[in-house]
Design a binder for this molecule. Structure first.
Ligand SMILES: Cc1ncc(COP(=O)(O)O)c(C=O)c1O
Length: 475
């Protein structure tokens, strides 16, 4: 092997050289969201727990002060800095709120960190389904009624976890759900990973903490000028033991947290608390114009909530619908990157998601309109090649807990031979992006047919290796 090579470093340098317009995470957009002083001092700022620099696992000095300022800015009683993303915050809030053997109501479209926390903590999921708009092929949100029903049928649960906003910027009615959850004497945990910017402008949806969540997480790196892996965990009230959360975070986070990461969390709070209002208002005004211009050239967007279960939409999340162009979101993403040097965050078979933050410049934003014009002039096709995908609303039979499935002996078998077997992993398709099977669930014929049909129409399978094999519990 040629040891003179640095494949990753070289590829990253090429990406920088390509000068791609970044509509993906992290929210600092290639450093544009940091001050010159921070950028120039990065290597120097990478230190360890020398006495005056405090200790994340027992903060009493500058980290303690920075966390207190963050708590005040984000409207919490206490905020923890996280150096392993919202992932570790989700683990901590679930493990702290739910003792081993207990259960938690979780939406089927939750992030994998939720399922992993259930495995770690031996916690059983009670799944609820978010609504699905078949015409627009969008998973929207869980309704307050779905939460109410689940609580009535499962009075033994410890609480409810919500994902709000979802990847498409759709927010649940957190306030009404919080009232329902608290009336039942339970706790509300909110995965607000995509909404760290919410507290800083009245033009944005309200943050979960303001609406009644007991615990909520923010991925600072997704929508704020902060480094990848950085996140905040917030608590309000006394329904969950704060000390237990600190202990879990100490178990699950490195004993050598990066000072660069922690500094960027302090910076992101500072810039948003002092200038966020003005910066976000500019961004939202610019995006408003972009929506109009993009519509004029013939590309639709998800702009206003038309769904009763979606309380608000994040106006900074640009979700373009490429259906009228006869392109899938995947194709549009590829063209934007290859022909326009613009990289979006994510695409599905119909939509493209642009993460827009206060670090985007005016010319970055104008580039969206330009690229959409180019896309339309080159790719406007006459025929609509779109195949609508319908999905089942059933929740499969739970044969064992996610933890039991995880610790079982497993084997890989072809998906089309998996009828009657128990899923050992999450298996599903985009669209709808919701797992069809979660670990411990019985795989049935109609589910297999549905997955194969979505795949044939151009959907993408997950939990299916080489488009064929799934992990099941061995017999
Ligand atoms: C809804 C949601 N929750 C949690 C996470 C995990 O966040 P992080 O990458 O900060 O660990 C993600 C990551 O994309 C996510 O989309």
């Amino acid at each position: 092997m040629i040891q003179e090579k640095m494949p990753l470093v070289e590829r990253l340098f090429e990406y920088i050289k390509e000068d791609v317009t970044r509509y993906h995470m992290p929210g600092h957009k290639g450093g544009k969201g940091f001050s010159r002083q921070i950028l120039d001092s990065l290597a120097q700022m990478d230190v360890t727990e020398v006495p005056e620099l405090d200790n994340l696992h027992n903060p009493q000095g500058p980290i303690h002060k920075a966390q207190r300022l963050a708590a005040s800015a984000f409207g919490s009683d206490h905020t923890w800095f996280l150096v392993n993303g919202s992932t570790v915050g989700i683990h901590a809030m679930i493990l702290a709120a739910c003792p081993p053997g207990s259960s938690l109501i979780v939406p089927r479209n939750c992030h994998k960190s939720v399922i992993n926390a259930l495995i770690m903590g031996d916690i059983s999921p009670i799944y609820i389904l978010p609504e699905y708009d078949e015409d627009r092929e969008l998973v929207t949100q869980v309704s307050p009624q779905a939460v109410k029903d689940a609580l009535e049928h499962n009075p033994h649960v410890r609480g409810v976890l919500l994902v709000s906003p979802n990847y498409y910027g759709m927010c649940a009615n957190v306030q009404e759900i919080a009232e329902i959850v608290h009336r039942a004497g339970k706790v509300l945990l909110v995965d607000e990973a995509h909404g760290a910017h919410f507290p800083f402008s009245p033009k944005l949806p309200s943050s979960a903490g303001k609406l009644g969540a007991d615990l909520w997480v923010h991925s600072a790196h997704k929508t704020l000028p902060s480094f990848t892996q950085t996140a905040y965990l917030h608590i309000k009230g006394h329904r969950v033991d704060k000390e237990r959360i600190s202990r879990i975070l100490s178990i699950n986070q490195t004993s050598s947290p990066s000072y660069i990461f922690m500094a960027s969390l302090d910076w992101a709070r500072y810039i948003m608390a002092t200038r966020g209002h003005e910066l976000l208002n500019n961004l939202i005004d610019n995006l408003d114009k972009i929506h109009d211009l993009v519509k004029e050239v013939g590309i639709g967007s998800v702009r206003k909530s038309i769904w009763p279960e979606v309380e608000a939409l994040d106006p900074t999340r640009l979700v373009l619908d490429f259906k009228e162009l006869g392109l899938t979101g995947y194709e549009a993403e590829k063209i934007l990157r290859e022909k326009e040097r613009l990289q979006i965050e994510m695409s599905d078979h119909r939509y493209g998601i642009f993460i827009c933050t206060v670090a985007d410049t005016r010319s970055d934003l104008q580039k969206i309109v330009q690229t959409c014009q180019n896309l339309c002039s080159k790719y406007m096709k006459n025929k609509n090649i779109h195949f609508p995908m319908s999905i089942s609303r059933e929740i499969p039979k739970q044969m064992m807990s996610p933890r039991q499935a995880f610790y079982s002996k497993t084997q890989k078998i072809p998906l089309n031979e998996s009828q009657g077997r128990i899923a050992a992993n999450t298996i599903g398709a985009y669209p709808p992006g919701i797992p069809r099977y979660c670990p411990g669930e019985l795989i049935e014929k109609n589910g297999i047919e549905e997955l194969i049909s979505i795949h044939k129409k151009g959907g993408i399978l997950f939990g299916v290796e080489q488009e064929k094999y799934v992990d099941v519990v061995a017999e």
